[in-house]
Ligand binder design. Sequence first.
Ligand code: HEC
Length: 146
Amino acid sequence: MLLHTPSFRSAALLIVAAAALLPACAPKSELDPDVSEPLIQPVARFEFHKAAPEAPPPGSRTGEEIYARVCTVCHATGTLDSPKTGDSAAWAPRIETGFDALVQSVISGKNNMPPRAGASDLTDTEVQRAVAYLANQAGAGFTEPQ
Ligand code: HEC
């Protein structure tokens, strides 16, 4: 295989090294971007993918992950008259209505809270996990479903 021969590898290394050095050696005006960019970009793209791991796919996210991505926007500060995270007094009467009622409020939406808290990609199970996580911060003893 040509790709695995040592000479091909050193040639490829040379090209990468030359691409990296080009901007330093040549004044900008002499660089033809059509030539230099395709050489430089694959290296940059590789680094980008390494630095930004993909978000977990819908259905597999934990209550804490969903809370941090979606629910915190309102509940962290009590925005729009939402019960504030960890505020036991605000949450107690709601927790008393039961887990299923709270989950239903999030799925259907309630007053200033839009359906699925505005995150339409949340599955029902993910809503349950997030409700358990959020209510537990205020003392509910709910179990986050698997
Ligand atoms: C856009 C702001 C907003 C976001 C985002 C939001 N909420 Fe809410 N939430 C509210 C408001 C406002 C209320 C109070 C609704 C009421 O009783 O009038 C509320 C109430 C609740 C309640 C109590 C419902 C009840 O029946 O008393 C639960 C549980 C809840 N939110 C869970 C969540 C979860 C879980 C998330 C994230 C997936 C979330 N919320 C994201 C605004 C928000």
